[in-house]
Design a protein around this ligand. Structure first.
Ligand code: PLP
Length: 439
């Protein structure tokens, strides 16, 4: 193994002390560039990142895995966080910002009446599912898409090992999830209303919730959202929209607002507070009041920094029309990828809503080609992968310089394919594409 740089050396130490190496699968170096990825940062500001050896990169990849919607260390959000620290981030009394934030979220989403908080996405989804189960006194959840690491969700893989494949992260292992939960999480695919109808036909009186992202890779097909809403109404299931990643990308709030659709509950997390831990579950009073019928409570859900950062992020988002910028930058990236690949003679598939853009190479060596792309882009000074999550800190100039580099890398990939093959050009193993145990 040729380990490069201080970051990789530290990561080898981490693997001995931290099972799985990192806390988030999507930050695992093997997901990008095994044995070569810088892995750790010393400093991040806007889209600029410095690794432990002081090397500078422009982040054209995931920008805090979607958390840094304004860019890392946004001055306005950081000032609000610092003010919260200076005022005392924790007390026996509650922070007033949580009421202010509830009112702001309801102002943005007039269908909602009440709000609860958590500090991370998966946790907030678990909270929403508990509320739905408490409200309906039913167990089963029909879902589509990825919603975190909690038992309610991974239970889908108890019934059928690959049920969660195709829901963003392939291969999620449910070891440790009680087998008693078999059959409680029932998957359907986005834009496949007939699959949800089949679940309803079998379990109508047992569904506690229908859980889905309003959009991600695709826009809803005509009638899909309306059909889901109608099935929720017919069965009495609570309709939960997971806006953890889709929220604040296309507009200053939940993406569902763009489709004129109101769920019973919507969940926000990483898009709302620019890198500070914060999550919100908003909903209609008749659903949310069920949070009082069950025990949902945690000390650090009361910290002051999260709500202060969320208020500053959302206000800046609205003031600066950040969503329009995220979309314009994403469209520029998508057009740039397409143009660069055409010129280099490489076939790629571009997808995703513009702020959450991604591309994939064609062919049996696609994963190796993706790994080589990341390897060669690193030499050009970019953190680059198959996805590009845009931020308010990205400029058109960042995109144009990145696309120029991407075109030359696509040419190198085409040349490698024509010569000794992609594998021969890689300095380490091919990147992982899903959940896998590290050996
Ligand atoms: C749609 C969606 N739901 C839930 C989660 C889980 O959020 P977290 O990683 O903050 O627990 C994510 C994270 O990527 C997500 O994209």
């Amino acid at each position: 193994m040729t380990v490069t740089g201080t970051g990789q050396a530290l990561y080898q130490r981490a693997r001995r002390r931290i099972p799985g190496g990192t806390q988030l699968l999507s930050k695992r170096p093997e997901m990008f560039l095994p044995e070569q990825w810088p892995s750790y940062y010393s400093r991040a500001r806007g889209v600029d990142v410095w690794d432990l050896d002081g090397r500078h990169y422009v982040d054209m990849s995931y920008n805090g895995i979607g958390a840094c919607i304004l860019g890392a260390a946004d001055p306005d959000v950081d000032a609000a966080a610092r003010a919260a620290i200076d005022a005392g981030s924790m007390s026996t009394l509650n922070c007033p910002e949580e009421v202010e934030l509830a009112e702001l979220l309801i102002d943005i989403h007039p269908w909602a009446e009440m709000v609860r908080y958590a500090r991370s996405g998966g946790e907030a989804m678990a909270l929403a599912v508990r509320i739905a189960r408490a409200r309906t006194r039913r167990d089963r959840i029909a879902f589509c898409g990825y919603h975190g690491w909690h038992d309610w969700y991974l239970a889908a893989n108890l019934a059928e090992e690959r049920a969660l494949d195709g829901h963003l992260l392939p291969g999620l292992d449910p070891a440790g999830v009680p087998r008693g939960l078999i059959g409680t999480a029932l998957p359907f695919r986005y834009n496949h209303l007939e699959e949800l109808e089949a679940i309803v036909a079998k379990h109508a009186g047992e569904l506690a919730a229908i859980v889905m992202e309003p959009t991600r890779d695709q826009s809803p097909a005509p009638g899909f959202m309306e059909g889901v809403r109608a099935l929720a109404d017919r069965t009495g299931a609570v309709l939960v929209f997971d806006e953890i990643t889709s929220g604040f990308r296309l507009n200053s709030g939940g993406a569902h607002l763009l489709h004129g659709m109101a769920p019973d509950i919507a969940v926000f997390a990483k898009g709302m507070s620019n890198g500070y831990p914060m999550a919100a579950v908003i909903g209609r009073a008749n659903a949310m009041q069920a949070a009082q019928d069950t025990f949902i409570s945690s000390t650090y859900w009361t910290d002051r920094i999260g709500p202060a950062a969320a208020l500053a992020t959302i206000r800046k988002h609205r003031r600066c029309n950040v969503a329009a910028h995220l979309v314009a930058i994403g469209e520029r990236v998508q057009a740039g990828w397409t143009r660069a690949a055409e010129r280099a003679g490489v076939t790629i598939h571009v997808g995703g809503i513009p702020p959450l853009s991604h591309f994939a190479f064609d062919g049996p060596d696609a994963s190796a080609a993706q790994t080589l792309f990341t390897q060669l882009m690193l030499d050009h000074g970019y953190l680059a992968a198959k996805g590009c999550y845009t931020t308010y800190a990205h400029t058109p100039e960042h995109v144009d310089a990145y696309v120029t580099a991407a075109e030359s890398v696509f040419r190198q990939i085409a040349a490698a394919r024509a010569g000794g093959g992609i594998q021969a050009a890689l300095k380490g193993p091919v990147a992982h594409s899903g959940f896998r145990r590290l050996t």
